[in-house]
Write a protein that binds this ligand. Structure first.
Ligand code: NAP
Length: 510
């Protein structure tokens, strides 16, 4: 397998359409530049880059992967201000990559790709854009990821509510919550970050918490000036520090294995430590999870439990039955008058690539192929969808380490394929159905051996229980697989008599 570069002089390179200018799309673009492939366009529906870190601007938004692991290895950020990065600093990092890597001319903002259709005759993709335009690309790389469509549950009466309503990923910064009666529906990774901030301003805050989370302490603090200096100016220290974070996090996968002793010990210890907080106002069912740690994402925060103890905060564990013009009603018939409802209900995480309509060879719709749950070879490719690659696709999410690491491996794999397409004059690259089946059987068997398969509700799996989101192993094993490409798993179609792609700098307009 070659992971090199394309000779820049006189070699036609494929027109690559990258969907989404979030972390994944930017990483792909930078690596294509590095490989000498400049014929790409980054399509981005919003007005800027950064993806999830552009969308999620709620108060308190931060990452639970330490700063020095949260940048690409080939484009490290050296001046992080604290141990765990906050949203503005992360967004500034991704934004800085556009200039530092000359991506500006390749960016098409305010432009979503709404449909992609494979044309087998000339081995190209026809892309329909949000403005109705059509463009042709040889290769499509989706950087849409898993957490891009906010999920608002279908609760009866929601449309009748006369107050303010918004989702955490679409925070209404113009709305002042001071003194208001606020309801938060859905308590997950986002809510445990914004609730402590909202509680400081709101008059009354009611938390509708259907499932309880494990919330561990967050060892966060600003870096001291001398630490920042060393990390910035002594690359060997920075690299060693980054590696130490990676391996410390990597070791945590042991906690994700079904039946592991560590999980049982942690569950017991958590129960004991939380017991003193249990009261009539805060019953055990509001505080103590009834599932193994890791089955849902383990959260980290230092201000969560102090917030629950505030007099203006109430936790409601009954389900939400209905919303009226001025209140939230629960299954047990209680009614809570509120001025504003904030949804912390997460994302439509199992609907990969939605709402994009993708049609592969022979008119196969990806939605139909995935009707029992998304699956992709290495999380990257699907049979019958040639020259379509995914970043942060099915079964590549983690419960224990950095997603940027996974994205870098996928980008490296796709880069190697595209370089080979140029060098070997290939028209199409596609995974074989047999390889897909083999891979899927292996991944599902491994997923069944994890705590995610246990009895808890999480965004890692479909309603039917298929684990579609997580990589069920150590990330080093994922890296090994993507670095050692198995070409017998792929169908590599030479261009033969087909005309070579034109040397245009980007996908062409029809
Ligand atoms: P989430 O973790 O999926 O939490 C959504 C919550 O909403 C769940 O607890 C869910 O409960 C609840 N919910 C859904 N429908 C409901 C309904 N009808 N009534 C009541 N509750 C309902 O979503 P998120 O908090 O936005 O986080 C998603 C992911 O984004 C995270 O896991 C993480 O990967 C990423 N993220 C990371 C960070 C970080 O780095 N610190 C911060 C934010 C987000 P059930 O489980 O019972 O359905």
């Amino acid at each position: 397998m070659s992971n090199g570069s394309v000779d820049a002089v006189g070699v036609p390179t494929p027109r690559v359409a990258i969907l989404g200018a979030g972390a994944a799309g930017l990483c792909m673009a930078m690596q294509l530049q590095d490989a000498g492939i400049h014929s790409f366009t980054l399509y981005e529906k919003s007005d800027g880059v950064g993806g999830t870190w552009r969308d999620n601007t709620y108060p308190g938004a931060a990452c639970d992967v330490p700063s020095h692991l949260y940048s690409f290895s080939f484009a490290p950020k050296t001046d992080w201000t604290r141990k765990f990065p906050e949203q503005p600093e992360i967004l500034a990092y991704f934004e800085s990559l556009v200039d530092s890597h000359g991506l500006g001319p390749h960016l098409r903002l305010h432009t979503a790709v709404t449909a992609a259709t494979w044309n087998d005759d000339d081995a190209t993709w026809d892309l329909e854009l949000s403005n109705g335009e059509h463009v042709t690309a040889d290769v499509v790389v989706s950087g849409l990821g898993q957490l891009n469509l906010p999920h608002i549950p279908d609760i009866e009466g929601l449309e009748r509510f006369e107050g303010t309503v918004f989702h955490s990923a679409r925070w209404d910064h113009d709305h002042d919550l001071a003194g208001e009666r606020v309801a938060v529906i859905g308590i997950g990774a986002s809510a445990i970050q914004f609730v402590p901030q909202v509680a400081k301003d709101a008059g009354q805050l009611t938390l509708f918490q259907r499932s309880v989370n494990y919330v561990a302490p967050k060892p966060d603090r600003p870096y001291k000036p001398w630490e920042r200096w060393v990390l910035r100016h002594v690359p060997a220290v920075r690299k060693g520090y980054r590696a130490s974070i990676y391996w410390r996090f990597e070791a945590r996968f042991a906690l994700m294995r079904k039946g592991n002793r560590l999980g049982r010990m942690l569950q017991e210890r958590f129960g004991k430590e939380i017991a003193p907080l249990v009261s009539e106002r805060l019953p055990a069912e509001a505080l103590v999870p009834d599932y193994t740690p890791g089955c849902r994402r383990i959260l980290i925060a230092n201000d969560w439990y102090p917030t629950l103890l505030r007099p203006n905060v109430e936790v409601v564990t009954d389900g939400v039955a209905e919303i009226t013009d001025h209140s939230v009603r629960t299954d047990d018939g209680r009614e809570f008058d509120v001025d504003t409802i904030i949804f912390g209900t997460g994302f439509r995480s199992t609907e990969f690539l939605a709402p994009l309509r993708i049609t592969g060879r022979g008119g196969a719709a990806l939605d139909d192929v995935w009707q029992d749950g998304a699956r992709a070879y290495l999380g990257v490719a699907v049979p019958e969808f040639p020259n379509l690659f995914m970043l942060y696709g099915p079964n590549t999410n983690l419960g224990h380490n950095s997603i940027l690491f996974m994205i870098e491996q996928q980008v490296g794999y796709i880069r190697s394929l595209l370089v080979d397409m140029v060098r070997r004059d290939l028209a199409a690259v596609e995974v074989t159905p047999a390889a897909m089946e083999r891979y899927d059987a292996e991944i599902m068997a491994a997923a069944r051996r994890t705590v995610w398969a246990e009895d808890c509700h999480s965004w890692y799996k479909t309603d039917a229980g298929r684990i579609t989101n997580n990589w069920p192993d150590y990330t080093v094993r994922y890296r090994r697989r993507l670095r050692h490409r198995v070409d017998s798993d792929l169908r590599l179609t030479p261009r033969r008599s087909r005309p070579a792609p034109t040397r245009t700098p980007a996908p062409t307009t029809r």
